[in-house]
Design a protein around this ligand. Structure first.
Ligand SMILES: NC(=O)c1ccc[n+]([C@@H]2O[C@H](COP(=O)([O-])OP(=O)(O)OC[C@H]3O[C@@H](n4cnc5c(N)ncnc54)[C@H](O)[C@@H]3O)[C@@H](O)[C@H]2O)c1
Length: 683
């Protein structure tokens, strides 16, 4: 077993700054005098070098683009530095301009502001760049290997300055991390409108991202990274717990029988790091492979992984003991997942549940590491020999699929975890496609989240207490629990399980110590629960029971926010899974119903060009305006997707939308007429 000291990860280079100094620095924006050049900090997890993609002329364009943030007097100094960054990192991050203060979700009143809504946005985006939260903080990447908040530090500094000075009569417009500026608007308009990676459709291939991102004109926002709504691994622990628990229910309904079942998967990164914790909460022996020692260390030091092994002999012995003793335990394998899978096959170990959460939305730039090559060598190869690297990745995917197929033939339940594993394995020629062209395995949305949650309107609602005070979070937990328990008493059978799973979750949330970064909470709720919980929190703010505004939001991975045919909408079977009307309508509809900020992204989860997704943030300040906005926007934000899922003939969504129409006379949704199969068979 590998042992690590359990220290909290901190950035040794940060200097402590008092609140007044911090405010002054934020208001300065891009400083007129150049800050001192910073040494490359090797204690931090850095983004891999991006591949060489620009021609010499395009490199000049990238430099010209970068320098437009600075007065001409600095160009001669900065051009050399930026050219070096472009050559060594493949991007211009402008490291020199990284602020000296520690970035984290400070209590809201510590930010300089004229608009409290804008201060709440600073609180949220700072959390996305907190060292304890972000995957590659110096490259402004929150999760997923390339999920960026900004492309460079100049954009960060300018955005903070705009937010600190804007009023409730202005809207800040964000083009893929670049603050285009403040435009006059009105108090009911969003304070910020974010778009990330929006491309002319024909220019949305992975290499287009490499090129246009290197030029500094677009970015991959993932989902909650580019929309300032990331809440650390808690966000995904909950969704993962729901998924893994229901996957376990698929192999056995009996809780006692499920104890000690073996769950094998991969990834301890930004999102995937939640898997061991979720597996343990679900009572399983969770074994998770991870190639990057820094990622393993992070999850172990946060207590999300109980034990770490880098020796397969020892690991196999430990797995046998854990399953025999029916332990609930989380174990990391420090190494390549394909070595693990092949060893499990060789030793004929019975795996009950299998999945994978490597970053296969980004297979050629560090999302998936080839077997038989060290982590360091692979990082070098992907930048210097991209074609060879691609071959290794595809070969690894084929071996990966062979091992999974073998164990599945012995009874393992395998599901695709929304990371494009099946898609990329099929593109690599792996034996993963059935004769009818569909995949051998279903996605977790097809089997679990779609029919059990999204179609009923249950999705990852979340909130953040901008006071940064855990006492406020405890108050909101209690309010949410009261609402869920009240709803459970009168709920139809179809949604009783979802409510009771979330009641258990919220009761244990504090004990499970889930907060990393901002004081945030997530739970799965339908539109009624979201509205009732939000209204109760708004009232509690007005009554002084919660000390500062609360920010509402959700993961983009939800009922209505995302059109993604291999993930969120993989259980849409009327052909419309390849359209993106729902996500775009949702973004627009949220914007005019009172969201404080809205975002629309190309890419997120399964890769650039493969998904359109959006999200929102809404600041509750205890006012009547907040109450009006939350009711209008949350209703739309859930029911838009249920209506579409119902129109696609999904039974559960039809149940939910009819129930909503019975409750809300102003809602009138077009319902599908169902065709008798026999009639179609005769054609
Ligand atoms: N299912 C969901 O709800 C959901 C939600 C968010 C993200 N995702 C998807 O899951 C994927 C992972 O997200 P993330 O934020 O954790 O990304 P990440 O890049 O932070 O983590 C992936 C981890 O996998 C490791 N890895 C890659 N190849 C490996 C290999 N061959 N062997 C061992 N380890 C390997 C990487 O080192 C990395 O730490 C993404 O594609 C993301 O889009 C799914």
């Amino acid at each position: 077993m590998v042992s690590y000291a359990r220290e909290r990860i901190k950035n040794l280079t940060d200097i402590q700054m008092n609140a007044e100094e911090f405010k002054k620095v934020v208001l300065t924006g891009i400083p007129d005098e150049l800050p001192t050049k910073k040494a490359y900090d090797t204690s931090i997890n850095h983004a891999p070098k991006r591949k060489e993609i620009l021609t010499p002329a395009e490199k000049k364009l990238a430099l010209r683009n970068a320098l437009r943030y600075f007065p001409a007097k600095h160009h001669a100094t900065l051009i050399k530095e930026f050219a070096e960054e472009l050559n060594t990192c493949g991007r211009i991050y402008m490291y020199r301009f990284r602020p000296d203060y520690k970035i984290y979700a400070r209590p809201i009143h510590e930010y300089p502001y004229k608009s409290i809504q804008a201060a709440a946005i600073m609180h949220m985006l700072s959390n996305n760049l907190d060292y304890a939260v972000a995957q590659h903080p110096h490259e402004l990447i929150t999760y997923g290997g390339n999920g960026a908040v900004f492309q460079n530090w100049a954009q960060y500094l300018l955005t903070m300055q705009y937010l600190a000075t804007m009023t409730d009569e202005q809207t800040l417009v964000m083009y893929s991390g670049h603050p285009m500026g403040l435009f006059p608007s009105h108090k009911d308009a969003p304070r910020v409108v974010v778009t990330n990676g929006m491309m002319i459709p024909n220019y949305s291939k992975p290499d287009d991202w490499e090129k246009f991102n290197a030029l500094g004109v677009t970015q991959y926002g993932q989902m909650t990274a580019g929309s300032y709504m990331y809440i650390g691994p808690q966000g995904i622990v909950h969704g993962t717990t729901i998924t893994v628990m229901n996957a376990a229910r698929k192999i056995s309904k009996n809780e006692e029988e499920r104890k000690g079942k073996l769950f094998v998967t991969c990834g301890l990164g930004g999102m995937s790091g939640a898997q061991p914790k979720a597996g343990k909460i679900a009572g399983l022996v969770a074994v998770v492979a991870e190639i990057n020692p820094k990622a393993t260390h992070t999850r172990h030091s946060q207590g999300w992984v109980d034990e770490v092994y880098d020796n397969l002999d020892q690991l196999i012995t430990r797995i046998k003991t854990a399953t025999t003793n029916r332990e609930a335990v989380s174990i990391a394998y420090q190494g390549n997942v394909v070595d693990l899978w092949e060893r499990l096959v060789r030793d004929d170990i019975q795996v009950d549940i299998g999945s994978d959460q490597t970053s296969l939305h980004n297979p050629w730039a560090g999302g998936y590491y080839p077997v038989g090559i060290s982590f360091e060598e692979a990082n070098k190869m992907m930048a210097e020999q991209p074609a060879v690297f691609k071959q290794h990745v595809q070969e690894t995917l084929r071996r990966h699929a062979v091992a999974v197929n073998t164990l599945a033939s012995k009874g393992m339940y395998f599901f695709d975890y929304g990371n494009a594993f099946l898609l990329e394995a099929s593109r690599a020629g792996a034996d993963i496609v059935k004769a009818d062209g569909t995949f051998r395995y279903n996605s977790y949305v097809q089997d679990i989240l779609g029919p059990m949650c999204f179609d009923y309107g249950f999705g990852p609602f979340r909130w953040v207490c901008s006071s940064a005070d855990p006492k406020d979070l405890a108050t909101t937990d209690q309010l949410a629990l009261d609402v869920l328990e009240d709803m459970h008493r009168a709920a139809p059978d179809e949604i009783k399980q979802q409510l009771s799973d979330n009641i258990t979750w919220i009761k244990d949330a504090m004990i499970n110590n889930l907060v990393v970064g901002s004081q945030a909470r997530i739970l799965y709720a339908d539109s009624e629960a979201r509205i009732r919980i939000a209204a109760a929190m708004n009232k509690a703010i007005a009554e002084g029971k919660i000390s500062a505004p609360v920010v509402l939001g959700r993961d983009h991975h939800d009922v209505s926010g995302t059109d993604s045919p291999y993930r969120e909408t993989s259980n849409i079977y009327d052909g419309s899974a390849f359209t993106a009307d729902m996500a775009v309508q949702n973004f627009v509809g949220d914007a005019f119903r009172g969201a404080t900020w809205v975002s629309l992204h190309n890419g997120g989860g399964v890769g650039w060009g493969e998904v359109i997704n959006g999200g929102f943030g809404m600041v509750l300040d205890g006012s009547a305006d907040s109450d009006r906005r939350l009711r209008s926007m949350l209703f739309w934000d859930v029911n838009n997707g249920i209506a579409r899922r119902g129109w696609a003939r999904n039974e559960e969504a039809l149940f939910a939308i009819k129930r909503e129409m019975a409750r809300t006379p102003e809602l009138k949704v077009t319902l599908p007429n169902l065709v008798d199969d026999k009639l179609l068979d005769q054609v």
